[in-house]
Design a protein around this ligand. Structure first.
Ligand SMILES: Nc1ncnc2c1ncn2[C@@H]1O[C@H](COP(=O)(O)OP(=O)(O)O)[C@@H](O)[C@H]1O
Ligand SMILES: [Mg+2]
Length: 149
């Protein structure tokens, strides 16, 4: 029997204020913990989510986050998408460069978030908006009994 892509229930969180950013962080932490991510991985995910949600708010003029648990049959993971209908990113390569900012920030949000996850993609079009998607998978625990399993 064919296995589906394994997506289960997604959580959508609006991003319109600083208070919403705290809620995004909490939802990511809670979802990651429930999926079995360790504390270090949880913190990486929360840090990435915090930067990307802040970009949605500050640069994108607000939007929403979608937090989706994944299970591909071999591992569990978490997908986080940050969606806005703002001005978009004209030069994505430049925006991904460490230290580049158009807003007087540190310019480490996009590049830093990318380094904290396993899969990272940006879908953006000037005048249309931006969707940034990050995916991480729960680390496989090495077998403590070699040769078994
Ligand atoms: N959602 C977004 N919409 C429009 N522009 C964005 C978005 N996210 C990032 N950017 C652009 O990419 C640049 C780099 O983002 P980032 O690395 O997070 O740095 P910072 O937020 O400190 O400026 C921002 O200054 C902005 O020009
Ligand atoms: Mg930023």
């Amino acid at each position: 029997m064919m296995r589906s892509s394994g997506q289960t229930s997604a959580t959508s969180v609006p991003i319109g204020s600083d208070a919403d950013l705290a809620w995004v962080r909490q939802q990511v932490r809670q979802c990651a913990a429930a999926l079995g991510f360790g504390l270090v991985q949880q913190t990486k995910l929360v840090t990435a989510a915090s930067e990307l949600a802040r970009n949605t708010l500050v640069h994108g003029g607000g939007g929403h986050a979608e937090i989706t648990p994944l299970d591909n049959g071999r591992a569990r993971g978490l997908r986080m998408s940050f969606v806005d209908s703002g001005p978009g990113i004209r030069d994505l390569e430049l925006a991904m460069t460490d230290g580049y900012t158009t807003g007087g920030g540190l310019g480490l949000g996009l590049s830093g978030a990318k380094r904290l996850v396993q899969e990272f993609s940006v879908d953006t079009e000037p005048g249309r908006g931006t969707t940034v998607t990050a995916v991480a998978w729960v680390n496989q625990v090495p077998s403590s009994r070699p040769g078994v399993g």
